[in-house]
Design a binder for this molecule. Structure first.
Ligand SMILES: [Ca+2]
Ligand SMILES: [Ca+2]
Ligand SMILES: [Ca+2]
Length: 395
């Protein structure tokens, strides 16, 4: 165990023993909403790609938007606003902290615990182990640094339960602000170790937690807030919170004008754009061809009247209006018999050539066959009766 981890676990144990009796209780559910475009990791949280409703920790809030205050504080203005989002490539984390007394790297040997900063804890395989040193348990420490001092530029330090170290492609950035600091972190899914058995998708569940550390010039920790249920649970991943990957069903994630829910309802991948040269209607016309005609590019029967667009186009002039008319299939072609356009399609006859139309008033073949069978049965029964009568006479 490295020094800073030993210190982290030691603080955890002390806090648990002294102030917070162990409560075998999980934390809160944090929904991680998918982003349409990846955030720019530059230390400035100004992009619309972050979900509009971040999670907030203040001294007065508890619950999914709050946290657990683990030390007394003389810093009542301290708040932390957290954003988490995701796409096919990565998990993104950002935090905006209001802290009027920002200090960094008080303890160079233990940067995870000796500086103002935020931590994101991840149990990406949702293993829920009791031991923080279990492989797959990761703690990410993000510190904003000081813009006027290149030696204390923004940094990120990662600890995981089972070396060798992971996340070779992580990106991070931070900066101080008039109110405190902001940090951003990008963690590619491919860097998580052990690897995901399959790429994370909507509904993927993980364990996770946020942590906010606050120091001032005396170097002693003033506040350690976690998003848990009233205790510092960093050393016990089984008590971390629930993270779940979600989407907004009303958002267009593929940039083709269709929302997530519309794509799902059509049976299409909501994250893959429509290909205008592909056919989605089953009638051979491409998406763009049907779209240009004003027809439904996802159906062979735009009007839903049982008569396909293609068949109408083969038999009628001004056919697009007819293909869009939901009453067109009920149009009567022969007033004497009630023969309709839909009847013509169903029998595959020419709607413009009455000589091809069947006589709907004739007894259907199936009925004639039933009648013939009945007659044969009756004849058979009659013959049987006659034979029985003849037999009785001869006795
Ligand atoms: Ca940014
Ligand atoms: Ca501080
Ligand atoms: Ca139709």
């Amino acid at each position: 165990m490295t020094k800073h981890v030993q210190m982290s676990v030691a603080i955890t144990v002390v806090i648990l023993l002294v102030a917070w009796p162990a409560v075998a209780q999980r934390g809160f559910l944090y929904e991680i909403e998918r982003t349409v475009s990846p955030p720019v990791i530059d230390g400035v949280i100004d992009e619309a790609s972050y979900p509009s409703a971040p999670y907030l920790m203040t001294a007065d809030t508890l619950g999914p938007d709050g946290g657990s205050q683990l030390n007394d504080t003389n810093n009542p203005d301290l708040t932390a606003t957290y954003w988490l989002t995701w796409d096919d490539e990565a998990l993104y984390f950002a935090a905006r902290v209001t802290d009027p007394d920002v200090v960094y790297r008080l303890n160079q040997g233990s940067p995870l615990n000796g500086t103002d900063g935020v931590q994101l804890c991840t149990d990406h395989l949702n293993q829920r182990p009791a031991n923080v040193e279990t492989p797959g348990i990761h703690i990410h420490d993000v510190v904003p640094g000081q813009a006027d001092d290149p030696d204390t530029a923004a940094y990120w330090q990662h600890w995981n339960g089972n070396p060798p170290d992971t996340f070779p492609n992580a990106q991070w950035a931070g900066r101080t602000t008039a109110e405190g600091y902001e940090v951003e972190l990008r963690l590619p899914w491919g860097d998580f170790q052990p690897a995901f058995p399959q790429a994370p998708t909507v509904g993927t569940q993980m364990g996770g937690m946020f942590l906010l550390m606050d120091f001032d010039a005396d170097g002693l920790i003033d506040l350690w807030w976690s998003s848990g249920n009233g205790e510092n649970i960093i050393g016990t991943p089984s008590r971390w919170n629930d993270f779940v990957l979600t989407v907004d069903p009303d958002v267009d994630y593929s940039g083709d004008g269709y929302t997530y829910q519309q794509k799902v309802n059509l049976g299409l991948d909501p994250f893959t754009p429509i290909d205008p040269d592909a056919s989605y209607s089953g009638d051979g016309w491409t998406y763009q061809q049907k779209k240009d005609l004003g027809l439904n590019p996802f159906s062979a029967d735009s009007s839903g009247d049982g008569v396909p667009d293609l068949w109408i186009s083969q038999h009628f002039d001004d056919w697009v209006d007819k293909a869009l008319d939901p009453t067109f299939g009920s149009t009567v072609l022969d007033p004497d018999t009630g023969f309709t356009v839909r009847n013509a399609y169903q029998r595959r006859v020419d709607p413009n050539d009455p000589s091809t139309w069947p006589d709907l008033t004739a007894v259907p073949v199936s009925n004639a066959a039933t009648l013939a069978l009945l007659v044969m049965v009756m004849l058979g029964l009659s013959a049987l009766s006659i034979m029985i009568m003849l037999k009785r006479r001869t006795q």
